[in-house]
Design a protein around this ligand. Sequence first.
Ligand code: F6P
Length: 368
Amino acid sequence: MSSDSKKILIATSGGDCPGLNAVLRAFVKSATNEPGWEVWGSRQSFNGLLGIPQELIRLDRKTVSGIHVKGGTILGTTKESGPFNWPVKRADGTTEYVDRSDEFVRICQFAGFSAIVNIGGDGSQRMTLALHKKGLPVIGIPKTIDNDLEATDVTFGFQSAVDVATEAVDRLVSTAESHNRIQILELMGKHSGWITLHAAIAGGAEVCLIPEIPYDITKISAFLRRRFDGGKRFAVIAVAEGAIPLGAGPAEARGVKAHPNISIKLSGAAERFAGELKNAGFEGIRCTILGHVQRGGTPVPFDRILGAQYGIKAFEMVKNGEFGRMASCQNGQMTSVPLEEATRSLKRVPLDGALIQTARNINICFGD
Ligand code: F6P
């Protein structure tokens, strides 16, 4: 790989998220503000480079013009394949995953990319780190609506997801009150309850169940009985998809095989909790699963701005040769951290943090 090359490969990997296009636009604008730099986008994460035919697109000012307001990613993305886990269909219809990472390195070197930028969440950044260990000049940009990436204070997409989740709580409050019902809202967050906690506080849910705090149904029943006896005969309950009853595990999707890139597939946290409430004698229960609505659509202004800051920082890192690192936002400042640090563990809601305390002070029940 020639060190004077000014050719950059960029990809969006893992689940999509509002703000990805704002990052791409700012990155490309920063690069093309300076002479000689060429930015190439790989379609569907790194499939664009490894696939036959290749699907790479030259990203210039025209390609990225006005895209910051759009949801999703103009490059497309995937969770289901990558250089280390490339799916190959066997004759019997099953899928085998093969490691094509050495080939990936050779193709990048042959094409003369002097930097490879991967915008992705926890799993994707582990892939970025593994590519770095194979000698590639990589840079990560953190992305997840779940806000669970370690070593950065915030990720773009999170505020947009909280916006949608809060609107859902708001809407459920009015219908719950009209019918004297218990409305359960299932929100995203396999391992962390950031979206659920924020939406519960902002929307005014009565109960908030997050993966960090195993819940005890008897405590929630007692809480709801007191509320109902006090005259308020409705409740909105925000449940993270990874919520866990005391002594049990998260609600795993049955019959769905998780891909090697995906830790666990979840499904049914709200339904399971509804069943527990019915068994405890409650009636008039309804469930809403907000699902991918939280990931789609236009980013809120905060995420557009944060996305632009990440894009600009990542290009600065390319110019400085800060490889093997991830752009990070700390105390409102853009900086960078080693990918090892960024992928060491997930950022979960701290139980002694101000946000949990805020929720407790306004009488939100966690079932603990
Ligand atoms: O990783 C982000 C996330 O939004 C999780 O909260 C959620 O469990 C997951 O994606 C679901 O996404 P998909 O259906 O695309 O695998």
